[in-house]
Design a protein around this ligand. Structure first.
Ligand SMILES: [Zn+2]
Ligand SMILES: [Zn+2]
Length: 298
């Protein structure tokens, strides 16, 4: 019976002679805001039913939106995406930190930045690059923000804090390095044989923090041994540089510890004293404090 209902739904969608990229308009019952259809004993917007029939049931707090078209009647699942309330407010919070200019100009990030000038945005207790978030929002794939493996978003402009989606595209880490070399950021540096430069150390910390590469892979990529990378990411070496210090598992501090650090700091205890008290590196203490200072934590 459900199958029949499903057939009946698509019967109301005008997709004859239409390809995958065109709008498939609703031909059935209409209400104020567009097409409606009774599915599972509830009257729902037709595009929502199209989404459910194509991709499966979705929770009540998740909304179906049109992405490629702004056509209320369109039921082409390729034109639809879902978004929940949390992500909706995250998107709002994100754009509040952007100085949007003309379409083609750079849109500068007004929120916190990392040492390399890339905007940072907090989402579900994770630190994300603002350019990556902008790319994801623009492509309507908010669920990608929860992926452990992140791809690089490259700037076609030279502004690391620009978040204009028109200036952003996806790339691999290798491409990112090449891109920098082409633009002269790495001029004269021989990545293979010279000692690591500050910028590379920060890059290593960022990459490890993002979880895309193991210590060994990073060693290969930067032509140093695994141990060297381990020291870099844990803050044992290059202490002064900062960046994303990832604590070794045995020393991992808890969410509760982080709140205590925040309290101590707000009550005037110096980072040095906090790091002594908790026996954690000074750079990590700074990283925790900076995180509170630069933006609220969700
Ligand atoms: Zn459409
Ligand atoms: Zn730009």
């Amino acid at each position: 019976m459900i199958y029949k209902n499903k057939e009946f739904f698509w019967h109301n969608v005008n997709k004859e002679n239409k390809n995958e990229t065109e709008c498939w308009e609703w031909d059935g019952q209409l209400a104020k805001n567009g097409g409606i259809f009774t599915w599972n004993k509830k009257i729902r917007p037709a595009p929502r039913v199209a989404y459910i029939l194509s991709f499966g049931e979705i929770p009540n707090n998740v909304q179906v939106r049109h992405f490629f078209c702004n056509n209320n009647l369109c039921c082409n699942p390729n034109h639809l995406y879902t978004i929940n309330n949390y992500d909706q407010s995250a998107i709002k919070r994100f754009w509040e930190k952007v100085n949007k200019g003309d379409d083609d100009n750079c849109w500068m990030w007004l929120g916190g930045k990392d040492k390399k000038g890339y905007g940072i945005f907090y989402y579900k207790k994770k630190t994300l690059r603002a350019s990556w978030v902008s790319y994801i929002i623009n492509s309507g794939m908010m669920n990608k923000l929860n992926d452990e493996r992140k791809q690089f978003v490259l700037h076609s402009c030279d502004n690391s804090s620009c978040v204009n989606p028109k200036h952003l595209r996806l790339g691999t880490h290798e491409e990112n390095m090449t891109d920098k070399m082409i633009r002269g950021n790495y001029k004269g540096e021989n990545i293979g044989t010279s000692k690591l430069k500050n910028e590379q150390v920060l890059e290593i910390r960022q990459l490890y923090h993002d979880g895309n590469y193991t210590l060994r892979q990073l060693g290969k990529m930067f032509n140093v041994d695994k141990g060297t990378i381990g020291d870099i990411v844990s803050g044992k070496s290059w202490k002064h540089l900062g960046g994303f210090i990832t604590m070794p598992l045995s020393k991992k501090i808890t969410q509760e510890d982080i709140l205590i650090i925040k309290n101590l700091y707000e009550n005037g205890v110096s980072p040095k004293n906090i790091s002594d008290k908790y026996n954690i590196s000074l750079s990590y203490t700074y990283a925790v404090i900076n995180r509170f200072l630069s933006e609220e934590v969700i």
